[in-house]
Design a protein around this ligand. Structure first.
Ligand SMILES: [Zn+2]
Length: 274
């Protein structure tokens, strides 16, 4: 009767979502785009399983986001590891650089690490979980399968506060309403990794979709490309369909987190989008 349980849980979740605050009564959101480094990709073809980028290279940006809802804060993705800030280092076959750690950027807008209530992780790759451990008091919101895989893998130190059992973690299996008022929703988008997620942020100026790594750059989105290192091709394409349908239905602004030209879609730090 597992299906019945699942159905009951689904109905309960639907009923709860019906009790969310009306959009007009939600606290106004602010969203800051943080610089989480850049990645020089020498062989762009790793982002294709159809030989679309043989012989090409590209520099990707790496971005993270701070979202404020009233007096509560969500940090979405935590970038590349911060210990090598200011110098080039390697990540597999790629060269990466972190100019400023997240904690230093947050200090500029008067936010201390202990004030961050939630750390949301799009997926468990090292360019997204790198500085999570700088926020040990936050509740970690991460795809359940990605959490289990990270705990058992070589990057377990990146989520040490939660892997050890000390920190509070909410492993996520479907969509998740971060603040309980419908303003910010983690979207289940498996494929890049089994627990990969995107984020819907309903700003007063209009909805924004943060891609996670559903796509890595604009052309890769347009051509429905699938990186050769993705966990599951079918899941990736299914998630791609869902992402585009949501973007279209909500007329959302899409931000591809690794796309350098998408930087300009949001105000330059320390200004925030609202
Ligand atoms: Zn990435």
């Amino acid at each position: 009767m597992r299906w019945l349980k699942t159905l009951s849980a689904g109905v309960a979740a639907f009923a709860l979502s019906g009790m969310q605050a009306a959009p007009s009564t939600r606290p106004a959101l602010s969203m800051w785009r943080l610089d989480c480094g850049s990645i020089q990709v020498g062989d762009l073809n790793v982002f294709s399983d159809t030989f679309a980028y043989v012989g090409k290279s590209k520099t990707l940006t790496n971005s993270c986001y701070l979202i404020r809802n009233g007096d509560r804060l969500l940090l979405w993705d935590t970038g590349l590891p911060g210990e090598n800030a200011g110098q080039n280092s390697s990540l597999g076959s790629m060269t990466v650089v972190v100019r400023r750690r997240i904690v230093d950027q947050l200090a500029e807008i008067g936010v201390r690490p202990a004030q961050v209530n939630f750390v949301g992780i799009s997926h468990n790759h090292q360019d997204h979980i790198g500085q999570a451990a700088d926020f040990p008091q936050a509740t970690l919101l991460i795809g359940a399968e990605d959490f289990e895989a990270t705990k058992a893998g070589q990057n377990a130190n990146r989520i040490a506060p939660w892997a050890s059992g000390a920190g509070k973690v909410e492993p996520i299996r479907r969509d998740h309403d971060v603040f309980g008022d419908g303003s910010v929703t983690i979207l289940d988008m498996p494929g890049h990794t089994p627990g990969h997620q995107a984020l819907l942020v309903r700003l007063r100026s209009g909805p924004v979709l943060l891609s996670g790594d559903q796509f890595h750059f604009t052309e890769n989105r347009r051509s429905r490309g699938v990186p050769s290192f993705n966990a599951d091709r079918s899941d990736t394409l299914g998630s791609h369909d869902r992402f585009e349908a949501i973007a279209s239905a909500l007329k959302a602004k899409v931000i591809i987190q690794h796309e350098p030209t998408d930087v300009a879609k949001l105000p330059a730090f320390p200004r925030a989008a609202q």
